[in-house]
Design a protein around this ligand. Structure first.
Ligand code: NAD
Ligand code: GLY
Length: 358
């Protein structure tokens, strides 16, 4: 069954299609192409699985392909330049369409290349990781990393369509799949208590990657994200609720060194910490903290801080400030499951004492 969610922002209205074997459905792709030129951007891990399938749908087009090396390390300005060179050498015009086939790294790079090439060309997102299907491919945040900071250089630039073929998740490594589930749980926590209950009930089918179950799961997440993006495309307010657990997670990732935890694994710990802090600051029920931890642990994701990072280091990274003691933090917290809010002025010393003594 083909599901469809629409994203509406000031500059654009576009569909997200979700279903099984969508890479075989050429009409879904072709209707969103502006002209007869296409460039598929993918990487060396995804290409062997899905590139020829996609190319087979596009034989009537000038379909060029760029296969990049795999990894966050390649989400750089240098790789962006490689994409531009490839486009120029293959004489791509202003009405070309780029297609991002891969996870969030490929999606962010391709989206940013589309935003810049000839001051903006069309692009499609075909995300192939769970994280990209529920988050990165939707909402038009595109970026590359700078040696000094992640995602520092980028643009808000929406795709023409997002095509989510849940069948592609069958080849995703177990660890990547589970990490993506942390973001899925986040959606239930910030906006949909019924969905959180559903996740608890269906976790076995989810872990078995049942396509119908995954289609429903991804649809709910996309709908929540589409609603937030529609109200706040530029991330000035409501969209920030998507950062539940992320202030802790980013600090953990930086403190432990990139590559130690996958992003979703760090988010899993961050969700547990955010729930605990919410209990103290907004009466979030203790019984719900236990539910969150149970679900996360059942997936096999971490629920507690590793002891290899001190609380002082963690907090200093969270405040991004060497004189962190002087600053307060802004955190996304929970009033209940399904209801998040932004808490300004969380006292540094209070948080330090809490984390140190718990
Ligand atoms: P990723 O793109 O690195 O993919 C993870 C791994 O899975 C890679 O090795 C990739 O080659 C492999 N892979 C992808 N699809 C596969 C498949 N179907 N089968 C087998 N292997 C497959 O990582 P990710 O978790 O998808 O995305 C992380 C990136 O997304 C980060 O750069 C992050 O900053 C960005 N991001 C962006 C947004 C946004 O709103 N734009 C949101 C969240 C994350
Ligand atoms: N991933 C957070 C956002 O898109 O705003």
């Amino acid at each position: 069954m083909l599901e469809r969610i629409d994203v509406t922002v000031a500059s654009k209205h576009y569909p997200i299609y979700i279903g099984k074997d969508l890479l075989n459905q050429s009409h879904l792709i072709i209707q969103h192409l502006s002209a007869r030129q296409i460039m598929i951007v993918t990487n060396s891990s995804v290409a062997p699985y899905y590139l020829s399938k996609l190319q087979a749908q596009l034989h009537d087009y000038q379909c060029d392909t760029l296969i990049l090396p795999d990894g966050e390390a390649y989400k750089t300005l240098e790789t962006l330049a490689t994409i531009f060179t490839h486009l120029i050498e293959h004489r791509h015009h202003r009405d070309t369409t780029l297609i991002a086939l891969g996870g969030g790294v490929i999606g962010d790079l391709t989206g940013f290349a589309a935003a810049c090439y000839m001051r903006g060309v069309d692009y499609l997102q075909i995300p192939t990781t769970l994280l990209a299907q529920v988050d990165a491919a939707i909402g038009g945040k595109t970026a590359v990393n700078h040696p000094q900071a992640k995602n520092l250089i980028g643009a808000f630039y929406q795709p023409n369509a997002v095509i989510i073929d849940v069948t592609t998740l069958s080849s995703l490594p177990e660890r990547e799949f589970k990490a993506g589930l942390a973001e899925v749980i986040k959606y239930g926590l910030i906006a949909d208590a019924t969905f959180f209950n559903w996740l608890e009930l269906h976790i076995d089918n989810i872990l078995a990657r049942d396509p119908a179950t995954l289609t429903h799961l991804i649809k709910v997440c996309c709908q929540i994200k589409a609603n937030l993006v529609a109200q706040d495309e530029r991330d000035k307010g409501l969209r920030r609720l998507l950062n539940l657990g992320h202030t802790f997670a980013h600090a953990l990732e930086t403190g432990l060194g990139y590559g130690c935890y996958l992003h979703g694994e760090a988010v899993a710990v961050g969700l547990c910490l955010a729930a605990e802090v919410s209990q103290l600051l907004s009466n979030f029920p203790y019984s719900d903290i236990l539910r969150i931890k149970q679900l996360i642990a059942k997936i096999g994701l971490p629920i507690a801080l590793p002891n290899t990072l001190s609380i002082k280091q963690l907090l200093s990274l969270m405040t991004n400030d060497k004189k962190a003691k002087l600053s307060n933090l802004t955190l996304i917290l929970l009033k209940s499951i399904g209801l998040a809010y932004c808490e300004h002025n969380v006292d540094y010393q209070w948080l330090y004492n809490y984390l140190k003594c718990k």
